[in-house]
Design a protein around this ligand. Structure first.
Ligand code: ASP
Length: 334
């Protein structure tokens, strides 16, 4: 369902920011979560409030030209391909509207970096698509959602912003670099290798770097052409002390299209795990090597299994998913 939140004219200038309409797509998460007890920061239920209810709690947003749409209502630990497909198509449709300056997506923090990367690779939008979230529910004594959402709208209207971004705890991160790095702190996200893009301070965006210009969009054709059931199955396995490849063989027996291995260090693998992964590769499974380290690339070498570059295991999984999905549809993914 779509709703107009305010009725200002399209040319209106507010708070010194560029004019234009921002569409806010709700998907749930802690930002829309509620607890019985305001002092309870963990015993809450995510995805309880609609996106419009979130806006009501932020009086300064009344000055903006906003529109809302509830695309999903879930705890992002349960994010799924069907919701990704729907979300990508709704984002694409809104971005195509000349009256829309940018988009905001409210999301749970747990899988936010995956949705952000997915949307970036599928759409590579010129206009900003700003994800935001919260670590505390909407009922908390010290809720972080309202400020994050206000900052996200500010960022979505900034003419220097483009691509899929995260506005969170006063910081701006790119979809490529962002990772959730803390399970509880309100400042829960970081950009790998110090690649944070900007700070948002009292409604002012202080850019530290230009928004990244990223490669071509994979596009939504393959997403809409195939049913979700036909999307490739990509699983993540890890190297650790005693890893012997039995998990890989179990997956092979079940049927899997691709495997991302979170190797140790620079993508190193135990002898047993590497042997199992090579068996998988010989059986036609695509195998990419990533690292379980919090940052840094896996350097490629001709003797080793293919490297996923600097992508984290979860983002490498998305890249491999899109690559295989696109191959299936007989088109080029990059
Ligand atoms: N489990 C919640 C979710 O990802 C956590 C959050 O939103 O912070 O939706």
């Amino acid at each position: 369902m779509q709703k107009n939140y305010t009725s200002h004219g399209p040319d209106e200038q507010t708070h010194g920011v560029a004019s234009g309409r921002v569409v806010i797509l709700g998907t749930g998460g802690t930002i829309a979560g509620t607890a019985e007890d305001a002092s309870d920061n963990v015993g809450y239920r995510a995805a309880q409030l609609g996106v419009e209810q979130l806006l009501v709690a932020i009086p300064p947003l009344a000055n903006y030209l906003l529109e809302t749409e509830q695309v999903a209502q879930l705890d992002s630990k349960d994010m799924d391909f069907a919701t990704w497909q729907r979300l990508a198509l709704r984002v694409e449709a809104h971005l195509a509207r000349p009256d829309v300056a940018g988009l905001v997506i409210t999301h749970g923090t747990d899988t936010l970096e995956e949705t952000a990367y997915f949307l970036q690779r599928v759409l590579a939008p010129k206009k900003p698509v700003v994800l935001t979230a919260a670590m505390r529910p909407a009922t908390a004594l010290q809720k972080d959602g309202p400020q994050n959402l206000l900052d996200a709208v500010t960022l979505a209207l900034d003419p220097r912003a483009s691509g899929v971004l995260l506005a969170f705890a006063g910081q701006v991160h790119s979809a490529e670099q962002v990772r959730k790095i803390h399970s509880y702190k309100v400042d829960a996200f970081a950009s790998v290798d110090g690649a944070r893009l900007a700070c948002i301070e009292e409604g002012q965006i202080r850019w530290l770097a230009a928004a990244p210009v990223t490669g071509d969009a994979v596009g939504t054709k393959a997403l809409s052409a195939s049913s979700i059931d036909a999307w490739p199955r990509i699983e993540i396995v890890m190297n650790y002390v005693g890893a012997n490849g039995s998990a890989v063989r179990a997956l092979l027996a079940q049927g899997v299209d691709g495997l991302v291995v979170a190797g140790t260090g620079n993508g190193s693998l135990s002898v047993g795990l590497e042997a199992a992964l090579r068996e998988a590769q010989s059986a036609g499974v695509s195998v990419w090597r990533s690292t379980r380290c919090d940052a840094g690339p896996v350097t490629s070498s001709t003797e080793a299994l293919p490297s996923a570059g600097a992508l984290s295991p979860v983002k490498a999984r998305i890249e491999l998913l899109l690559t295989l999905l696109w191959q299936k549809c007989g088109a080029q993914s990059r």
